[in-house]
Design a protein around this ligand. Structure first.
Ligand SMILES: CC(C)(COP(=O)(O)OP(=O)(O)OC[C@H]1O[C@@H](n2cnc3c(N)ncnc32)[C@H](O)[C@@H]1OP(=O)(O)O)[C@@H](O)C(=O)NCCC(=O)NCCS
Length: 160
């Protein structure tokens, strides 16, 4: 397994892995379950777009794990140099390749990069019921600082 910078041609594969991986651990999926599709798009479309947005925000902050020439997972990051904070919005491993330490290595890679950038804090979020994420992040040294409630409402009078 090797970790390398994501290239534009990796984008569809990274979207595919991320969308598949976030089944049952996606806030946007909960939104669909409550409100249905929005604007003709489901949570999978929105998750795929989130990867595009991560890419557009800081293309040099996205990395993929490759095994035998196949992208099997990836991580997206961005940083705020003035605040000294590195963010990890998305991390996903193809189900067939989980439990081999790839997620951990991608996180360590991202944290090393944050250190090289001179940052002092790394941030990541997980849903409370995501036991793997909760275990993995704590085992790397992340500390829980807050729990959040996500609210959503249909805009009164809106069509879709
Ligand atoms: C979270 C994810 C990226 C981890 O990737 P991975 O390559 O399987 O992770 P690793 O093999 O490096 O480590 C998994 C750890 O979770 C542990 N684990 C596995 N199943 C677990 C469970 N049900 N409860 C608690 N811990 C569990 C493993 O033992 C391992 O910990 P260890 O290294 O201390 O033994 C991957 O499971 C995934 O893509 N999940 C779906 C998407 C997701 O949840 N992304 C993060 C959203 S915040």
């Amino acid at each position: 397994m090797r970790i390398r910078a994501m290239q534009a041609e990796d984008l569809p594969r990274m979207q595919e892995i991320t969308v598949a991986a976030f089944e049952h651990v996606s806030i946007d999926q909960r939104i669909d379950q409550t409100f249905g599709e929005l604007n003709g798009h489901d949570w999978r479309w929105r998750k795929g777009q989130a990867i595009v947005q991560d890419w557009q925000r800081e293309p040099e902050g996205l990395f993929v794990a490759e095994q035998a020439g196949l992208v099997v997972g990836g991580i997206t990051t961005w940083h705020d140099a003035a605040a000294g904070i590195g963010y990890i919005p998305n991390l996903a491993i193809d189900a067939a390749y989980r439990g081999q330490g790839i997620g951990r290595q991608l996180l360590e890679y991202a944290i090393d990069r944050f250190r090289d950038l001179g940052l002092s804090l790394a941030r990541i979020e997980t849903l409370a019921h995501n036991e793997v994420g909760d275990h993995l992040y704590r085992s790397l040294g992340f500390q829980e600082v807050a729990r959040q409630i996500h609210f959503a409402m249909k805009i009164p009078g809106s069509e879709a």
